[in-house]
Design a protein around this ligand. Sequence first.
Ligand code: OSB
Ligand code: MG
Length: 368
Amino acid sequence: MKIERVELDHLSLPLVAPFETSFGVETNRHCLIVVLRADGLTGYGECVASREPGYSYETASTAWHILSEFLIPSVLGRELTVPADVVTRFTSVRGHNMAKAALEMAVWDVMAQAQNMSLARLLGGVRDRVSVGVSVGIHPTLRALLDRIERYLAEGYQRIKVKIKPGWDLEVVRQIRARWPHLRLQVDANSAYTLADQPLFEALDEFKLLMIEQPLGYDDIYEHSLLQPHLDTPICLDESIHSAAHARAALGLKACRVINIKVGRVGGLLEAKRIHDLCYKHNLPVWCGGMLETGIGRAANVAIASLPGFTLPGDLSASARYYAQDLVEPPFTLNEDSTISVPTGPGLGVQVMENRLKAAALRRETFG
Ligand code: OSB
Ligand code: MG
């Protein structure tokens, strides 16, 4: 298949509520959407880099630069047969995984469509619905947080993740546990702590959390391996796993007992699958993380989460948890058993509303 044309859109979409983490607040979600034309088919990809370099060094602007100057030119006019071919074209660019993942996703989408197959099936998915939870940001007061959790539980989410940071941690967890003793609960620190905080993590053990996500350095594996043996609670790595090689290092060092796989962070679906396969072989449970994606990135997340090793609920919530109006139809909704159904149509299996894309675009450019 020959890649004929690629369009890039930089969008700003208002979130239904601000999302606060230990590294900042987002009120509008910035992302890039790749629209790829090949063999009369259209594929879509989402770049999850944010407006600010808080979670990752990549931003929507650096991704625009890398995509437009290097990645898109490396595939335009090329004959590609399998998704791995696009990854091979990218080897001359180091890093910039979120930029790579966006274009790779659009290629997977068209290649799945060309075979009249859903993306989930092409990836080797084994489930028709995936278990999900909801990630709850830092709130102005504990009262507001507890109310927010109560409403998510009423909507049917059966697993809650709360963001923590120094000063918003032990007491928050204590209060949630006091109110919901059996809730499937986990926390995400987004690298807000150091090894000196070991006593805090030991104190969290009594609350039987499913996991503590990325407590230490955003690029650290070693210090997590020093902390994990002191805790009953599994550590989950997010920020510091960018490749299967990193996952192998984390396994070897016993730095974590869980890995959060994000397609954007690891440079695409192929690498996400490699990390999954490695962890599956070593019996390390994985789950699919989220970056407040629109329905485009969400469709890819739901597809990868249908692989057998994704045994823990993902940060994959319904469209309405993020946006008043998603970019896709039908929007993603929550089933009664706290799952999201895996699209069965060809490719991503969602219909992208191009008028909504255009309406939210701050900038757009066509290549080829
Ligand atoms: O650390 O998992 C994270 C959102 C943006 C950046 C980093 C993270 C998150 C989330 C939200 O936790 C997950 C979601 O998309 O619902
Ligand atoms: Mg995280």
